[in-house]
Design a protein around this ligand. Structure first.
Ligand SMILES: [Zn+2]
Length: 244
């Protein structure tokens, strides 16, 4: 999809907002912000605009196409997750090929299609993203001393590694293939939560225990194998042989 001008983006945003107010707001669907604090378009709104292009005759959009569109505005983006997030976290009726959703049309794995702007995603309930009540999450954060379970950065303070970032704890998955509900949540800072979200399965202490059986998890393994030289692979094989 070609780059849109600011005017076109604004028009698309206003149109989406109209649908949202009329059909989706009451179902708890979240409207992405147009711009972030730095006055940049948010990834989520760009993804939604891309997916909703030509609505109701929307196309199947691959993750690469979605990433390419977002990259016009955020050149550093290399792996847009928003196609999936828009469905599962925001509640928009975006169908993905990976979740085995039943739609009339087969959507290939790693691709997305906006099905309707008049209906929330069938498996979305407004509760889903915030899997537990705010008060329960406060309690959970307290248990963890208000620190990120993964990196230990403390809420409201400068991040331990990214010093210019003030830590805000979020609900992170322990197992990303399961719902974000009580028992499957650890507090994670915004840095640990974002890129890792669907790659790993954690334990309660925030340690990675497994590669998640997701598309993102598979990519981690593939990347690793691709980048590893023969020697590393041989060493790994020897190590495994010794264990078994
Ligand atoms: Zn962290």
């Amino acid at each position: 999809m070609k780059k849109l001008s600011d005017k076109e983006i604004l028009e698309a945003y206003n149109e989406l907002k109209e649908y949202w107010e009329k059909y989706l707001k009451n179902s708890g669907v979240k409207m992405p912000k147009l711009k972030n604090k730095n006055n940049e378009y948010t990834h989520a709104i760009l993804a939604l605009i891309c997916l909703a292009h030509n609505y109701p005759n929307t196309n199947i959009i691959s993750k690469d196409e979605l990433t390419a569109f977002i990259r016009y505005y955020h050149p550093k983006t290399n792996d847009a997750q928003e196609g999936r997030h828009l469905g599962m976290q925001y509640g928009w009726f975006v169908s993905t090929g990976t979740r085995g959703e039943i739609t009339e049309e087969k959507i290939p794995s790693g691709s997305y299609k906006l099905i309707s702007l008049k209906q929330a995603h069938p498996s979305y309930s407004g509760e889903r993203r915030t899997g537990i009540k705010t008060s329960d999450f406060e309690e959970l954060k307290k248990e963890y001393g208000y620190r990120c379970a993964v990196c230990g950065s403390k809420e409201g303070e400068a991040h331990r590694i990214r010093k210019n970032c003030i830590v805000k704890l979020q609900e992170g998955h322990i197992d990303p293939t399961k719902d974000l509900i009580s028992g499957n949540i650890i507090p994670q800072c915004q840095i640990c939560n974002r890129p890792d979200r669907n790659r790993w399965i954690y334990d309660k202490n925030g340690r990675v225990t497994k590669v998640a059986p997701t598309e993102d998890g598979r990519r981690v393994v593939e990347d690793f194998l691709e980048k590893s030289d023969k020697k590393t692979l041989e060493a790994l094989r020897a190590y495994i042989d010794k264990l078994l």
